[in-house]
Ligand binder design. Structure first.
Ligand SMILES: NC(=O)c1ccc[n+]([C@@H]2O[C@H](COP(=O)([O-])OP(=O)(O)OC[C@H]3O[C@@H](n4cnc5c(N)ncnc54)[C@H](O)[C@@H]3O)[C@@H](O)[C@H]2O)c1
Ligand SMILES: CC(C)[C@H](C(=O)O)[C@@H](O)C(=O)O
Ligand SMILES: [Mg+2]
Length: 371
């Protein structure tokens, strides 16, 4: 029996509700496949500021570094929006990404047939969409220094810095090519090379890396065009690789191809240490505490954890299949609700997915007896 230590950081707002759901699903997987998952909980974000005076307490970071994988909900909320920069919940998230060297953020965008009418886009545009956004996560505008307000010639001014070392660009582009090699063999590198020097180096590095992957096609696309192409013809994409902030924006946009921001999971990987799994959405203060949020993005993030961190493909498949089954049966949280479908709460959706996982196990047991 395998034993795995999972650090859970629920964070703020709906982060708590959706991680609670994903933990329940992991427990069901543990029961069905006979794995021991040990969960330990830590503070991050606004709640950590309130209780410990810092958005990422040392204890939380230590616990995560010692774990086999981390599951995170979301951070942030209006309560902390006027705090100084070092006391913002989002700072805790950026710090944990940096401290754990989680440079590669994988955000898969996958179409679900049963949600075809939940997206505002036409079925012909979104049917069979299946691509991966590879977002650089520990560099770029989010981390460059200086980032400050200052006075220049008596005028109030402000600066943020888009900084990358060549090596940081190289490793994320390599990650994208490695993924593409196992997929449809196409990398779209998204940049703003017509304006930004950082993007011109990005393009140069992409071309160097591409030479080592002759069977993978490389295309460059300017980010403004990419934002448009994602809506015009998303089926053209296989792997998109891009800078931190471009990836943040494009992935929220891409979520609407699946019907909701509440559907998109992610994995943040480092070269060596434990990985972190989180939905791409935020703490949704408008839904917090109401048992209305869609837990599927976090549940699918847990499936990514099983696949990438623990090598459990069958277990990850079981979660993904259960999600598909429950959606196909017509259960919907409010964000993807359609006329004639059954609108359920966060906890009801989790129960349905859990039941589908365990029902399947029951069928398997019966088949083992008779077949
Ligand atoms: N990874 C993170 O922790 C993360 C990501 C994004 C935003 N945030 C933070 O969250 C706070 C709110 O930001 P925002 O409103 O711009 O973004 P958000 O992602 O929290 O919400 C955007 C919209 O999508 C909806 N939504 C998001 N997740 C949903 C879900 N699972 N089910 C149903 N609907 C969902 C929300 O109700 C809202 O209307 C901010 O403090 C922001 O910094 C955190
Ligand atoms: C909360 C914020 C710092 C974060 C980001 O921009 O990376 C979020 O939007 C995300 O996509 O994970
Ligand atoms: Mg974002």
């Amino acid at each position: 029996m395998g034993e795995y230590r999972i650090a859970v950081l629920p964070g703020d707002g709906i982060g708590k509700e959706v991680t609670k759901g994903a933990v329940e699903i992991l427990k069901a997987i543990g029961d069905r496949f006979h794995h021991q998952f040990h969960f330990s909980y830590g503070l991050i974000g606004g709640e950590a500021i309130d209780q410990e005076g810092t958005p990422l307490p040392d204890q939380t970071l230590e616990m995560c570094k010692k774990s086999d994988a981390v599951l995170l909900g979301a951070v942030g909320g209006p309560k902390w929006d006027r705090n100084p920069p070092h006391l913002r919940p989002e700072k805790g998230l950026l710090q944990i990404r940096k401290e754990m060297n989680l440079f590669a953020n994988l955000r898969p965008v996958k179409f679900y047939e049963s949600l075809v009418d939940s997206s505002p886009l036409k079925p012909t545009v979104i049917q069979n969409v299946d691509f991966m956004i590879v977002r650089e996560l520990t560099g770029g505008l989010y981390f460059g220094k200086p980032s400050e307000r200052r006075v220049e010639q008596g005028e109030e001014a402000v600066v943020d810095t888009l900084f990358y070392k060549r090596e940081e660009i190289k490793r994320i582009i390599e990650a994208a090519f490695m993924l593409a090699k196992r997929r449809k063999k196409k990398v779209t590198s998204v940049d703003k090379a017509n304006v930004l020097e950082s993007s011109r180096m990005w393009r140069e590095v992409a071309e160097e890396v591409a030479k080592r992957f002759p069977d993978v096609e490389l295309e460059h696309m300017l980010v403004d065009n990419a934002a448009m192409q994602l809506i015009r013809n998303p089926k053209q994409f296989d792997v998109i690789v891009t800078e931190n902030m471009f990836g943040d924006i494009l992935s929220d946009e891409a979520s609407m191809l699946t019907g909701s921001l509440g559907m998109l999971p992610s994995a943040s990987l480092s070269m060596t240490g434990p990985a972190l799994y989180e939905p791409i959405h935020g703490s949704a203060p408008d839904l917090a505490g109401q048992n209305k949020a869609n837990p599927i993005a976090t549940i699918l993030s847990a499936a990514m954890m099983l696949r990438f961190s623990f090598g459990m493909n069958e277990e990850a498949d079981a979660i993904e299949k259960a999600v598909e089954q429950v959606l196909a049966a017509g259960y919907r949280t409010a964000d993807v609700a359609q006329a004639g479908k059954r609108v359920v709460s966060t906890s009801e959706m989790v129960s349905e997915i859990k039941a589908a996982i365990l029902d399947d196990a029951a069928i398997e047991n019966i088949m083992q007896v008779y077949v």
